[in-house]
Write a protein that binds this ligand. Structure first.
Ligand SMILES: C[S@@+](CC[C@H](N)C(=O)[O-])C[C@H]1O[C@@H](n2cnc3c(N)ncnc32)[C@H](O)[C@@H]1O
Length: 182
């Protein structure tokens, strides 16, 4: 069974909008050096495009879905097939992830589950990400992560977390978290 590419939704636009603000802020602080950015789960490449438009050169995309990899490569991006960090070797200044955050729902088609559904509580993929990301973030780096009010049992571990943007939708509220090492 082939999974389809996730085309931009409200969560994508929320991340993209805040990403623009964050990059402008980071660039203001670190004028000389280009920052390195990793996206886990690049999907259609919307966040990669946002980064490219902002002049970021050191961009790495990744996804578990082969179709997304092919698509992002066709847009000219470096994109690695990886289950979370399984094939990621380096560390980055900024890591972004708009993950599958919804609890399992029987009516969701299998084809789109890979992009939307994060296990029974919605947090399975997120919790693995939170553990693995520790080894891939540079000193003073940060993570931008989307979750939903429907996502249950997130294990934040030692991450210092704060919500920097939110968006109310019909059935849920989306949260955009900034995470830093304690
Ligand atoms: C909600 S979509 C977000 C896509 C895009 N970044 C955006 O903002 O529109 C989640 C993406 O994560 C990918 N994904 C799901 N599980 C993954 C995993 N374990 N490792 C890497 N990518 C994963 C999906 O294939 C999908 O492209």
């Amino acid at each position: 069974m082939h999974s389809s590419i996730y085309y931009p939704e409200e969560d994508s636009y929320l991340l993209s909008e805040i990403l623009k603000k964050e990059i402008k802020e980071i660039k203001g602080k670190t004028k000389e050096k280009d920052i390195s950015v990793l996206e886990i789960g690049s999907g259609s490449g919307i966040q990669l495009e946002t980064l490219r438009k902002l002049g970021i050169k050191n961009i790495t995309g990744s996804d578990i879905n082969k179709k997304s990899i092919q698509h992002c490569k066709s847009l000219g991006f470096q994109c690695i097939k990886s289950n979370l960090f399984s094939n990621i070797k380096k560390s980055y200044d900024l890591i972004i992830f708009n993950p599958p955050y919804l609890p399992n729902n029987k009516s969701e088609p299998n084809e789109s589950k890979i992009a939307t559904t994060g296990g029974k509580n919605g947090s399975e993929i997120i919790n693995k990400f939170l553990t693995q990301a520790k080894n891939h973030l540079n000193k003073n780096g940060k993570i931008l992560l989307i979750t939903s009010s429907l996502t249950k049992s997130i294990k934040w571990g030692n991450w210092k977390n704060k919500i920097i943007a939110r968006k109310k939708l019909f059935f849920e509220e989306l949260y955009l978290w900034e995470l830093k090492d304690k």
